[in-house]
Ligand binder design. Structure first.
Ligand code: G4P
Length: 529
């Protein structure tokens, strides 16, 4: 591709992920988004909801479906003159650290909220992760075809709980059986909702001007009056959309609609493609790399073991930060200091996926490997730099792992260290005993580890409960104070899979006490690879 057309294409790339609490409607929205992007002919064909209902014991089934989930991990489609990459964020039982790390590979996020429920737990956590990079957030208030809470109240909740200003772009007219559509504040028009059009793109009727009597005729005088009154309040009390604040992650444009009824998703997509940033620069140990830099570079944010465990075939998902990937090109695997020729990268182009042989900044490609690639690895065209900001996240669930056959301790340790390098799970070895403690953010990670230990390392392992509430990585600039801390906190300290010092807290109260007692020690929730 010529330099000019490469720069043009990069400026029209949008790479985003969806953050939401389970059941808020992420899968349904994904279907509708792909419908608008013409990536699927009819909504309802996205694989993934199946995963949602998997019980833990269905891990084998998931294994079979992994081939499918590789291709749905990234969905690329055209919309509004842009080429959009939507990265899947595993959400139900398959929630894992990958979900968090995927958020480090996007330039913006769509936050989906069930408007009947408001801000829920998982959304809170995922928003925290997006705050690490001040990622711009677009908000969709979903399920307006049901009775929802007062929209103003839900927006207040977003503002106070998630610490981000809300700027309504559309405003709902009624809800539940009375849901009639939305008023678009920036376009000054009412867009009417029709029921029964959930699976197709609908030509909605549009009425220009808030004072237009046609509104009264269509939605009824009472709702029209309420709309005008509410809008007066909304305009007085809420924020106007401000593009700069949005790009800084300080303000979110808010849309209302129903994913199931396929209403409002296109309004949101229009805002997202118009306003969300083109591929952003990324930090490295030697300075920032711009998406428009000519040389190719990228980093690995997720690794997926492939279907056939015997071959230990893995796909490493790489976010391209700058330049262009072309089939057969040579790139430097910086950590290993080795040049590799890549001829079989998985690309995720809309339409005929297999035909795509190039990808550019903002895109994701999948690299086949047999365990040589780790999370956080940087690839370049020769430059010895390393991307930063692809962290490990402090686990929230812990189990002690024990062998059924004690003679296999070595294999167990090897397997756990490799699985932790791959990002499947985290490993902690307490200083005070020989326990092996496995930490995860999603419960399915535990099942995956036992299954993979059995099939790939021939080790039978079982879990036991353990009283650890959370972990923090520890660091201290003063070596003397660090030694003192190591002595005093010895019984709570452990080394992780990469030999980094960490503090295992039995309770949050214990963690708070420890941070108070050791003010010179940093207790970190994330750790760089
Ligand atoms: P998730 O991926 O965020 O977990 O949510 P998903 O899209 O699977 O949606 C969760 C449930 O909410 C589904 O119902 C879905 O049909 C429903 N839903 C999504 N959007 C809307 C909406 O705008 N209005 C209403 N009323 N419901 C919505 P389910 O019964 O759990 O699944 P299914 O049997 O419909 O597949």
């Amino acid at each position: 591709m010529s330099n000019a057309s490469l720069l043009h294409d990069i400026s029209f790339r949008r790479t985003f992920a969806i953050i939401s609490h389970p059941d808020a409607g992420k899968t349904t929205i994904t279907e509708k988004v792909l419908l608008f992007g013409n990536a699927i002919q009819k909504a309802g064909t996205v694989k993934g909801r199946g995963n949602a209902t998997h019980a833990k014991s269905d891990w084998m089934e998931m294994e079979k479906e992994r081939g499918i989930s590789v291709t749905t991990s990234v969905m690329q489609f055209p919309f509004n003159n842009c080429v959009v990459n939507l990265l899947d964020t595993p959400g139900h039982e398959d929630f894992s650290e990958d979900t968090y790390r995927t958020l480090t590979a996007v330039d913006s996020c769509l936050m989906v909220i069930d408007a009947a429920k408001g801000v829920e737990d998982r959304t809170r956590k995922l928003m925290e992760v997006t705050r690490l990079r001040d990622t711009p957030i677009v908000t969709f208030m979903n399920k307006l075809d049901r009775d929802i809470r007062d929209p103003m109240e839900v927006m207040d909740e977003v503002e106070s709980e998630l610490n981000i200003l809300c700027a309504p772009i559309t405003w709902p007219i009624g809800c539940g059986k009375q849901f009639k559509g939305v008023y678009h504040l920036l376009k000054d028009e009412v867009i009417l909702y029709q029921t029964g059009k959930g699976h197709t793109i609908q030509d909605s009727k549009v009425i220009k001007g808030l004072d237009n009597p046609e509104i009264d005729a269509e939605v009824g005088e009472e709702l029209a009056e309420t709309l005008r009154e509410e809008l007066e309040l909304v305009l007085g009390a809420s924020n106007e959309f401000d593009h700069e604040l949005f790009l800084k992650g300080e303000l979110t444009p808010v849309y209302f609609g129903t994913a199931l009824g396929n209403f409002g998703v296109d309004h949101m997509l229009e805002g997202l493609t118009d306003w969300a940033p083109a591929p952003k620069p990324r930090a490295t140990d030697v300075g920032e790399v711009q998406a428009t830099d000519a040389a190719f570079s990228g980093f690995v944010f997720k690794i997926q073991a492939n279907m056939d465990p015997k071959h230990r075939d893995r796909i490493a998902f790489m976010r391209i930060v700058s330049g262009e990937y072309n089939k057969g090109m040579k790139m430097r695997h910086v950590r290993l200091g080795k040049d590799v020729s890549i001829s079989d990268a998985v690309t995720f182009m809309a339409g005929d996926r297999s035909a795509a042989e190039s990808a550019i900044a903002g895109d994701i490609i999948g690299l086949h490997n047999h365990g040589t690639i780790q999370i956080g690895d940087t690839f370049t065209q020769g430059e010895a730099m390393k991307f930063t900001g692809i962290p490990n996240f402090a686990p929230e669930l812990f189990r002690r792992i024990r062998l059924k056959d004690p003679l296999k301790q070595k294999q167990l340790l090897k397997g756990l260290i490799q699985l932790s390098e791959e990002g499947a799970v985290q490993l902690f070895r307490p200083l005070r005993n020989n326990d092996l403690i496995v930490g995860a953010v999603g419960v399915l990670q535990f099942d995956v580890v036992v299954h993979r230990l059995r099939t790939e390392y021939k080790v039978e392992a079982v879990y036991e409960g353990i009283s650890v509430a959370t972990a923090r990585w520890c660091a201290c600039d003063d070596p003397k104070k660090l030694e003192e801390f190591k002595k005093k906190a010895h019984d709570n300290l452990a080394l992780d899979g990469g030999d980094n010092l960490s503090y295992l807290a039995p309770t949050m109260v214990n963690l708070n006490l420890a941070t108070e007692r050791h003010p010179d020690v940093k207790f970190m929730q994330t750790r760089e690879h």
